[in-house]
Design a binder for this molecule. Structure first.
Ligand code: ADP
Ligand code: MG
Length: 209
């Protein structure tokens, strides 16, 4: 599916997309949070972008671990440690690999879901990034078991992440800052679920090309 050079290209595309959609992500964090999700994510991924040249030629595990450590060190909000630990633990799972298969990608997302659940003490249905991640994981496993191509698997994951992010409008948040607004959060999309859907869309687009 992707060699380490392609993985670096994809991470670069994700960083550019986050920067492009920074204001939209921040706007989502306004009614239910503290209006910084886009700013946080863009700060983190801008630092990631700067590290990419020195990652050329490194194995995929090292690349993902570096992304995770950079997000943890640069992002102040809750999303930094959560995404950071997801990337770091995925990096550990991919140690030494020069090629990422669709099965590896699914394993990374599986690892990421567990990392966020563990660190965030969160589960499905609490209006967090997990509500985009968990459906994406299920859809990708389903697509893989029906023998789909890598591009199709990622496309299925992207569609499910987007639907999952949209479904957070109907959930009352019980984790993170959004839990402070309670029922007033109904009708609003979770910013973290939205940034995850955006990442999946970018990855799926990159693989189609
Ligand atoms: P902060 O909430 O510190 O301002 P961000 O605005 O960058 O940080 O990120 C908020 C997002 O982080 C939320 O939209 C949600 O998806 C995710 N999040 C926050 N707390 C948790 C948690 N305990 N478990 C899982 N995800 C969480
Ligand atoms: Mg915030």
């Amino acid at each position: 599916m992707a060699d380490s050079k392609k993985v670096i290209d994809i991470i670069g595309a994700v960083a550019s997309k986050i920067e492009e959609k920074k204001d939209e992500l921040t706007a989502l964090d306004q009614p239910i949070g503290d209006s910084d999700h886009g700013i946080n994510m863009a700060r983190g991924f801008c630092a990631v972008q700067e590290k990419l040249p020195e990652l050329e030629g490194k194995d995929i595990g090292t690349i993902l671990k570096t992304v995770g450590m950079t997000l943890i060190s640069k992002v102040g909000g809750a999303s930094g440690p959560l995404y950071g630990s997801a990337f770091m633990k995925s990096g550990t799972a991919m140690a030494g690999k020069q090629e990422l298969t669709s099965g590896d990608f699914i394993a990374c997302l599986d690892t990421s879901v567990h990392a966020v659940e563990q660190l965030g003490h969160a589960c499905a249905g609490e209006a967090t990034m997990l509500d985009a991640m968990i459906p994406a994981l299920a859809a990708m496993k389903q697509a893989e078991s029906s023998g789909r191509s890598a591009a199709e698997i990622l496309c299925a994951g992207s569609a499910a992440a987007e639907a999952g992010a949209e479904s957070t409008k109907d959930m009352i948040a019980t984790k993170g800052r959004a839990s402070y607004v309670g029922e007033r959060g109904l009708g609003h999309r979770d910013p973290g679920a939205s940034s995850f859907a955006l990442m999946m869309e970018t990855i799926a687009d990159a693989l189609r090309r």
